[in-house]
Design a protein around this ligand. Sequence first.
Ligand SMILES: C[S@@+](CC[C@H](N)C(=O)[O-])C[C@H]1O[C@@H](n2cnc3c(N)ncnc32)[C@H](O)[C@@H]1O
Length: 270
Amino acid sequence: MAAPSDAPRRARRGDVASAPRTAAVWEVVSRTAAALQRAQPDADAPLTVLDVGGGTGGLAVPLASLGHHVTVVDPSPDALAALARRAEEAGVVGRITAVQADAAQLAQVVGPGSVDLVCCHGVLEYVDEPAEAVGAVADVLRDGGAASLLVAQRLAVVLARALAGRFAEAVHALDDPAGRWGMADPLPRRFDATDVIALAEAAGLSTSSDLAVVHGVRLFSDLVPEALVDSEDARTALLDLERQAGDHPDHPELASLAAQLHVVAVREPR
Ligand SMILES: C[S@@+](CC[C@H](N)C(=O)[O-])C[C@H]1O[C@@H](n2cnc3c(N)ncnc32)[C@H](O)[C@@H]1O
């Protein structure tokens, strides 16, 4: 695998690896990629990665900086233009392919069973049919490949609205089938953990294999006032707390309060 050598690449990877909102997810995604790579006949060969709704490349560029070949599928031309600029800046243009398309069209972008790792982060909230999108993700994965699904969780918004004094909106989000706090909620849909796991399993993605991970992300980061996280020590301690609370073996219920749920699921043999 080509080792990144220039400063912009290190900085870009450092961003995703250290920013409180992305560090825990990057840790799991990069660990999953490393495990998939080690399991290949040629452990140095880059992975084929698909980032569905990859937007401006916040995840695709660091993955390409690790040497992987990443295809970003996104319907937004503006996002893809920003991705191109980011890839150029990071020196990974040759390892990123951008395709303007919808999640439902994945099979027309890459062949079935051809991808090692599919990332679908912050997208299932927006697609017309989440089950169809997860099915398309499963179809393009090779057997044993991994899907990384990151979604907004319902209970986090219940807590956030309540702490903001918007009690009626908190109740609305508790009961609304789409997990929205009202008509003005900008997010079309939120999930409960059981929904995401059921979607994955129905598509042939195992959430119980060795490589699988289910953890809560950003349990406290969005709630703690910034003034309380104004030093490197405080940021490190907060990240450690997030890591521990996101999938604590004795307190699994904590994960359901996190802003996002991150599920890594493995494509079952066809
Ligand atoms: C919240 S952003 C997430 C971007 C990126 N994945 C991340 O985690 O930072 C949602 C992205 O999904 C894309 N998107 C919206 N609807 C989509 C669809 N039907 N299929 C694929 N991508 C979609 C948007 O253009 C946008 O880039």
